[in-house]
Design a protein around this ligand. Structure first.
Ligand SMILES: [Zn+2]
Length: 217
């Protein structure tokens, strides 16, 4: 977990690279299923087209289908899911059906001022949504994605006010979920105001510790 600008997506991709655990971003999943025009993709499109949130049951079905594929047998890093307690409960059922469990819920913590500063310098690649930053993560060639060579862009409507609003909405929506995982001893807070490498090391240590604890239970 982690708000907009926390570097959550970058960290999830790094975990995939280093640990070989597939990263699943709910946003990518929507795009993929809509592009392939699957039954779920068409259903999700109906809501997105009119600017509505995709209902929980559609999102849950997509995640259930994705994590049951063979590349997820050793696990998966979920990015952007669950976002609600209903989704969290569904995830537990999905995991139980697959005879697996949720090891840990890392939450990247950052103060509002730093989130805003980070969001201001953010660039996104058009093709796959890879994220770069003026200060924290510059591309090798200015304006071009290192990974797929597509153009980097900044949303023009990304004013400080809309960003503040987005962060507030995120916090409001996720507070109950954070509390839910905290009460179950599954939440681990990660100090987000560190370098990408330091946050990554903290995440790897957190996952290693959680897995050891689970194995010894
Ligand atoms: Zn890219």
């Amino acid at each position: 977990m982690g708000g907009p600008g926390s570097g959550k997506g970058t960290q999830a991709r790094l975990l995939e690279e280093v640990l070989g655990i597939i990263q699943i971003a709910s946003g990518d999943l929507f795009r993929e299923q809509m592009k392939d025009q699957t039954e779920l993709g068409q259903l999700a499109e109906k809501f997105i087209d009119v600017g509505d949130l995709v209902p929980d049951d559609v999102t849950i079905s997509m995640i259930a289908e994705r994590v049951s594929r063979s590349d997820c047998t050793i696990g998966a890093v979920l990015d952007g899911f669950p976002r609600t307690i209903a989704q969290a409960l569904a995830l537990e059922t999905i995991a139980a059906d697959l005879k697996t469990r949720i090891s840990v819920v890392p939450c990247i913590d950052l103060p509002l001022e730093i989130l805003l500063r980070r969001l201001a310098g953010r660039w996104t690649c058009r093709q796959n949504g890879h994220v770069y930053h003026d200060v924290y993560k510059q591309p090798i060639d200015a304006g071009i994605c290192d990974i797929d060579g597509s153009e980097l862009y900044q949303r023009e409507d990304d004013t400080e006010e809309t960003q503040k609003h987005r962060i507030r909405v995120y916090r409001q929506r996720t507070t109950p979920l954070i509390k839910y995982y905290d009460e179950r001893g599954m939440l681990v807070r990660i100090e987000g105001d560190q370098s990408i490498e330091q946050v990554h090391q903290a995440l790897v240590a957190t996952i290693a510790e959680a897995e050891t604890l689970l194995v010894n239970k």
